[in-house]
Design a protein around this ligand. Sequence first.
Ligand SMILES: [Zn+2]
Length: 456
Amino acid sequence: MTELLIKGGTVYTPDGPRRADVHVSDGAIVRVEPGLAIGPDGKQIDVDGMYVLPGAVDVHVHSRDPGFPEKEDFATMTAAAAAGGVTVVLDMPNTVPAVDSAGVLESKAALARSKAQVDFGLWGLIRSSTTPEQLEAMADAGAVGFKAYLAYSFSLSRKQVLYSPDDEDPDLEPPADYGTLARLAPVVAALGLPLAIHAEDPTVLAAFRRPLLTYDDLLESRPPEAEAVAVSAAAAVARESGAHLHIAHLSSALGLQAAEDAVKVGTSLSVETCPQFLLLTAQDFDQVGSAMKMLPPIRGAADREALVGGLKRGVISVVSTDHAPHTDEEKSRRFEDAPAGSPGVQTLYLSCLQLAKDLGDVWLAPRWVSQAPADLFGLSRSKGAIAPGFDADIVIVDPRGKTRVRPEHMRSRQRHGALEGKEFDFSIQSVFLRGERFAPGGKARGRMVRPALVAR
Ligand SMILES: [Zn+2]
């Protein structure tokens, strides 16, 4: 038995923050009470004045592995996650080959297991040709949910999700559309898993296509109408089928309004947004440059304020990162040639603590990044809380520390991300995965998480 006592901190429990000690035995939390003691064989860590928080569950990351290991792999991505207090990552299915069957999911799981520093779950892909049997097999293999990329084609030869509008290439299978969702949503509903969309309507995008020479071109090519239309249409499908719809990386006030309207009429719908949409606006481009080129784009101040408001009201319940690294060389090309995406997993917790503090309640942060995502993805028997019976995935945060986001501290392959230079009034002191303190260069201890399915 390995015994650990985390003594004297302010613990974020399911009932809110309180002064307590946390007793961990063999990787699980056994007691959370004041005045605990530990035997001579146990290890005690004194964390007076510190916050003791549940590890974050980042529901939206792109490991690039398998597919593009020069951009990132499961080892570097999960090292970045661990350094930032993220102890579970849910990896998106657009790795190569894309995760469109149980066989691909199982091979990816084996690869991830051999490299992962933190626990991980895997998303399955919905293609326009996906069958109900493929979804059922992926659910049996442990998929945490299914994602449809509404504007993205599928290369049959490369097994890759691609943004190639208007391309007549017979190698490209058309994107999953609202018909695909209507056909498969009842199956997803019966499986009890979330149905996630990349919410940009392809017909709206087609109407605004243009060469992307400047940041304004990017904004004009990806208008908020594309997001709002996709949210409304997918919500109608979800409502009819009873499937739970999850909106990935919400970026606009108009998209938020569409989501809020759908919830009002009874749609089972959850919304995530990302730190970059909550902390940056298009105005920052002159300073940040292509590091903040991403899709959907970071928009204006009114959109940012609306998203912060949605988070305050609870319409947006989850903050994820859409961690999507490339190489620094690729990102330093001229704007039109720089690929879209930024790393983010390492700064999720600290950026959310800062945002929550600025909103007047620092304890909102563990709800956005840990409790709500664990609940939503069926992981709340073991993840997302500091309470007896839960995995000892614990983050010790110093509320008097300061952290400046610097490239030399980043553990992803891409060092220069969208939040570079940001300062946070917190620092991460240590991170535990199932009771073991994370140390850089440690061996892969990550396990695959599987949702506890409600409907099966
Ligand atoms: Zn993404």
